[in-house]
Design a binder for this molecule. Structure first.
Ligand SMILES: Cc1cc2nc3c(=O)[nH]c(=O)nc-3n(C[C@H](O)[C@H](O)[C@H](O)COP(=O)(O)OP(=O)(O)OC[C@H]3O[C@@H](n4cnc5c(N)ncnc54)[C@H](O)[C@@H]3O)c2cc1C
Length: 416
């Protein structure tokens, strides 16, 4: 950031208490949580909001598996109703197994006393529900097509502000900037936040498939030396176009990813069916493949002067447990609670006490989940006979311990 300057807020395009940069899943949820809080809130994104989604039989290849904790937050914000009116799948069971042995674990919501284990929702349906809510909140100012290029600390009437300049030259000021601009966050970089990064040396291959046998609202996860492969059930499980739709996230080493991406679709479908041990019959069709490099990143601190990080801007995590958005929504809940309390206590939103409390509430939990994912990835990526034995023994043992399974499921559902 550059040196301090004085600014007359009357000469800037807008002046906010809180400016949220990024209208993705996390920033949009925060905007809904703070929109009617009494703060002057701005929401800025380089792309326009989409509150008018029309879809038919095509599925978004990006989906999220939402936990019970995320559902509860979205219910409180009155967004859940719109989501469930759209397409979604409440998944009731999950089968996890190791391709190198006989170890397997089966989670059944009925056995564990939960109505479901989670919800698979297409990202565009969730985002659309959030954007629909945002356009209804009069107090919220949306700045679309606004790409942040610089941030300078400023002063106005002895108040510390941040001045944000956008690509088109528009300037806005805010007492607090929330970076919700994703894993490659420009705001985090402009704020000189230190991060710790691990390159997984894996790519995620993402696609939608139509299978010959019904998924029965079950999610599948298979670990092998090529990497974890997840099948997430889509829709209610009714037959559509002669099959049953699932979303696939397959994390593989880059060479294998290149090979898969180069295959004609019939050969890819055969390989995918073989890799999932034909649990759902044959792969009848797959959509054009998308691939994403996978990195795990964690910011060493979640705030500095006048800037706070949430969601992927603060932490990116391996998608194998489908926790990225869920962690981000827990950040939103904690930050909104602290900011609402600050308002009642007449504290500024950028006050160090307010932001430290948010950081304390979230950093340990986020790091804990990232540690678990790292451990899983190492254990399942290790081909030594001891590691294979330990995995298979562990999976079979845990499968017989209902109480432990329940604890694991509660953790993944964000209930602890
Ligand atoms: C293959 C894959 C599968 C996944 N599956 C799951 C899953 O099943 N469950 C789950 O919970 N998570 C999953 N995730 C993770 C999840 O997608 C992310 O955690 C989530 O999208 C992060 O949301 P976000 O709002 O923090 O960031 P983003 O979704 O990246 O949104 C950032 C927003 O900021 C805007 N922006 C960026 N830069 C600027 C700028 N300079 N100026 C203005 N605007 C800007 C962008 O336009 C965008 O709208 C998966 C991730 C991957 C890669």
């Amino acid at each position: 950031m550059e040196s301090s300057c004085t600014v007359n807020t009357a000469n800037t395009d807008h002046s906010f208490d809180i400016l949220i940069v990024g209208a993705g899943l996390v920033g949009s949820t925060l905007a809904c949580a703070l929109g009617e809080s009494g703060y002057r809130v701005g929401l800025l994104d380089r792309s326009p909001l989409n509150s008018n989604l029309k879809f038919e039989n095509d599925f978004d290849s990006r989906v999220v598996a939402l936990s019970a904790a995320s559902k509860s937050l979205l219910q409180d914000l009155k967004i859940w109703q719109t989501i469930v009116q759209g397409r979604h799948c409440a998944y009731k069971s999950m089968r996890v197994w190791d391709a190198d042995g006989t170890g397997a674990i089966y989670f059944d919501s009925k056995e564990l006393d939960f109505p479901e284990l989670g919800f698979v929702i297409e990202s565009r349906i969730l985002l659309n529900a959030l954007h629909k809510k945002i356009v209804e909140i009069d107090a919220l100012k949306v700045l679309a097509h606004g790409e942040v290029v610089s941030i300078d600390p400023c002063e106005d009437n002895r108040q510390n502000l941040q001045r944000v300049t956008m690509k088109d030259g528009t300037m806005v000021t805010a007492k607090l900037i929330v970076a919700a601009d994703g894993g490659a966050s420009t705001v985090r970089n402009l704020g000189n936040f230190e991060t710790r990064e691990w390159n997984y040396n894996h790519k995620a291959i993402v696609t939608t498939v139509r299978m010959s046998e019904p998924h029965n609202a079950c999610a599948f996860q298979r670990f092998s030396d090529s990497g974890p492969l997840a099948f997430l059930p889509l829709d209610s499980g009714e037959e559509i176009q002669g099959g049953y739709f699932c979303s696939v996230v397959w994390s593989v080493v880059p060479d294998y990813a290149e090979h898969l991406l180069s295959l004609p679709s019939d050969l890819f479908n055969k390989e995918l069916g073989r890799q999932i041990s034909h649990e759902l019959g044959d792969v009848l069709w797959s959509e054009k493949l998308q691939s994403f490099p996978l990195r795990q990143m964690h910011a060493r601190s979640y705030f500095c002067d006048g800037i706070v990080l949430v969601g992927d801007a603060a932490h990116t995590i391996h998608p194998l447990a489908g926790q990225g958005v869920n962690l981000g929504l827990l950040d939103v809940k904690a930050l909104a609670e602290e900011l609402n309390e600050a308002r009642l206590k007449n504290r500024l939103p950028g006050d160090v006490i307010v932001l430290s409390r948010y950081q304390r509430a979230r950093i340990g939990h986020n790091l804990g989940m990232m540690g678990v994912m790292e451990g899983f990835k190492k254990l399942f990526g290790n081909r030594s006979p001891w590691a294979v034995w330990l995995r298979n023994f562990g999976l079979s043992r845990v499968d017989r311990l209902n109480l432990f399974k329940k604890l694991l499921a509660r953790g993944a559902m964000g209930l602890d």
